[in-house]
Design a protein around this ligand. Structure first.
Ligand code: FES
Length: 163
């Protein structure tokens, strides 16, 4: 079975839409979108096989796709919890209590950055660089949604509200 067959027809159609936005020689430009689509479809992470499938589908050397997947922090290369939490501890957030927010989440979930809870519900991403919401410090991103001006109580509300 060729690696491209492991991409579902839905994933292939989504990737095709992105490929169509670029000149025929520009399939490489669709790698970021293709990896995002495959990661969503694959439960939040990219297996070695899925990276190979993307490379095969786009006609690129596997190493090029692996390099992109390892460079960007938005791609996960191991299974992670369902809800992804990124706490910013860069300068503005640190000055406004970001480290205390991170410590609160670590204590509440019993995990450290880079780990998932044993029930598979949460994944605390490794500490991020500035997430470009400094005016809302301290802040975190949960499943790509920004939450700003955080307190421990507000963090609890947000996490309690997730399925
Ligand atoms: S320092 Fe946290 S968003 Fe910029």
């Amino acid at each position: 079975m060729s690696a491209s067959l492991s991409l579902t027809p839905w994933v292939q159609a989504e990737i095709d839409q992105w490929v169509s936005k670029y000149p025929p020689s520009g399939k490489r430009s669709a790698v970021l979108a293709a990896l995002r689509i495959v990661q969503e479809e694959n439960g939040g992470w990219l297996s070695p096989e899925s990276l190979e499938a993307v490379a095969c589908y786009l006609g690129l050397p596997p190493v090029e796709v692996q390099e992109v997947a390892s460079f960007y922090s938005m791609y996960e290369r191991k299974p992670v919890g369902r809800h992804s939490i990124s706490v910013c501890t860069n300068v503005s957030c640190m000055l406004c209590g970001g480290e205390a927010i991170l410590a609160h989440i670590e204590k509440r979930l019993g995990i450290r950055p880079g780990q998932s809870t044993p029930d598979g519900r949460f994944y605390l991403k490794p500490e991020e660089e500035c997430l470009a919401a400094c005016a809302g410090a301290p802040m975190m991103m949960v499943d790509h949604v920004y939450y700003e001006h955080l307190t421990s109580e507000r963090v609890d509300e947000i996490l309690d509200g997730l399925p």
